[in-house]
Design a binder for this molecule. Structure first.
Ligand SMILES: NC(=O)c1ccc[n+]([C@@H]2O[C@H](COP(=O)([O-])OP(=O)(O)OC[C@H]3O[C@@H](n4cnc5c(N)ncnc54)[C@H](O)[C@@H]3O)[C@@H](O)[C@H]2O)c1
Length: 287
């Protein structure tokens, strides 16, 4: 309970796919949470998504109805970032756009107490550049959660050269208090997980593209031969092909490493609106 006692109140910026999951997990772990959205409609959508996710937990017998209500009672929504003034930790989870994130960090730096830690959930942007928008780079780090946040056990902490030991330690304790296993990565393109995942998925796409094997056989090879829960093409569909393309381009642009050059098939599928599970069609079809 050390982290809860130290941090107490957590702020989350953005209540989309990741923000809503982060809010839910924080509230279930005993934190008071305030979450912001750009307008009331999106805020209500996000809060409803959290309620529905907790309801599913109740239906599956993972939590009681009372636990759901207690978690919801710890959450407050806002559309005004000035409400983050008394948070000890604020986690930003808005769209993957460096300029938008820098603007938010500049604003948070002005409204948050000087000792507050500011974190970004970015998948692939340079955390150092986001930190440079503040006057407290030693109190900035990446807290990279995985989707869906309530069920994924991993938290990848990104430490920049400026992140202090105390900030890193608080991040570790915070992650552990949410029941996550914490790993620490340097602020390098793709951090640990995406840096290793993206080349494998792009190689699988290139292999299918070249006709060396069918997509289904590539996935079966990886699931049964390497014991992965999903094959690389099924994983690409789950991530979203547009998101995968964005991450690959971003790592390529930062590193210049040709492993991250997007295959033509991926670009064409995204152009055609075949985005994977979310659009009903990617490398597989979804009902
Ligand atoms: N989706 C994933 O699988 C995944 C996994 C790990 C990390 N991430 C990262 O998490 C971040 C969020 O991704 P997501 O998938 O949740 O996106 P999303 O589009 O589902 O949610 C982003 C939300 O932020 C809100 N928003 C935008 N500007 C805002 C502002 N100024 N103040 C408050 N709210 C604002 C938007 O209205 C939207 O609801 C991105 O940086 C992404 O790279 C995503």
């Amino acid at each position: 309970m050390r982290a809860q006692a130290q941090i107490g109140k957590v702020g989350v910026i953005g209540c989309g796919q990741m923000g809503s999951g982060i809010v839910q997990v924080c509230a279930q772990s005993g934190y008071t949470v305030i979450v912001s959205e750009i307008n009331d409609k999106l805020l209500q959508r996000g809060l409803t998504a959290i309620g529905s996710s907790l309801d599913r937990g109740v239906q599956r017998g993972k939590i009681t109805a009372r636990e759901k209500n207690v978690a919801m009672s710890r959450i407050r929504g806002t559309t005004d970032n000035r409400d983050f003034g008394d948070c000890a930790l604020v986690i930003e989870a808005v769209m993957e756009d460096l300029d938008v994130k820098k603007k938010i960090f500049g604003e948070l730096d002005r409204v948050c107490q000087t000792q507050a830690i500011l974190a970004t959930n970015t998948s692939c942007l340079p955390v150092s550049e986001i930190a440079a928008a503040t006057r407290r780079p030693e109190k900035v780090l990446g807290l990279h959660f995985f989707n869906p946040v309530p069920s994924m056990k991993l938290l990848e902490i990104v430490r920049t050269p400026a992140t202090s030991e105390v900030t890193l330690e608080t991040g570790r304790e915070f992650g552990a208090s949410l029941g996550k296993t914490v790993i620490v990565a340097g602020d390098t393109p793709g951090f640990i997980v995406n840096r290793l995942m993206v080349p494998q998925v792009l190689n699988a796409i290139r292999m299918a593209e070249s006709g060396a094997a069918t997509g289904k056989d590539i996935d079966t090879g990886i699931t049964l031969g390497l014991n992965h829960p999903l094959g690389p093409l099924a994983l690409a569909d789950l991530i979203g092909l547009d998101t995968l393309l964005f991450i690959a381009n971003s790592i390529y642009n930062r590193s210049g490493d040709s492993q991250y050059l997007a295959p033509e098939t991926l670009k064409k599928m995204v152009e055609a609106g075949q985005l994977g599970r979310k659009s009903g069609k990617g490398f597989y079809e979804y009902k």
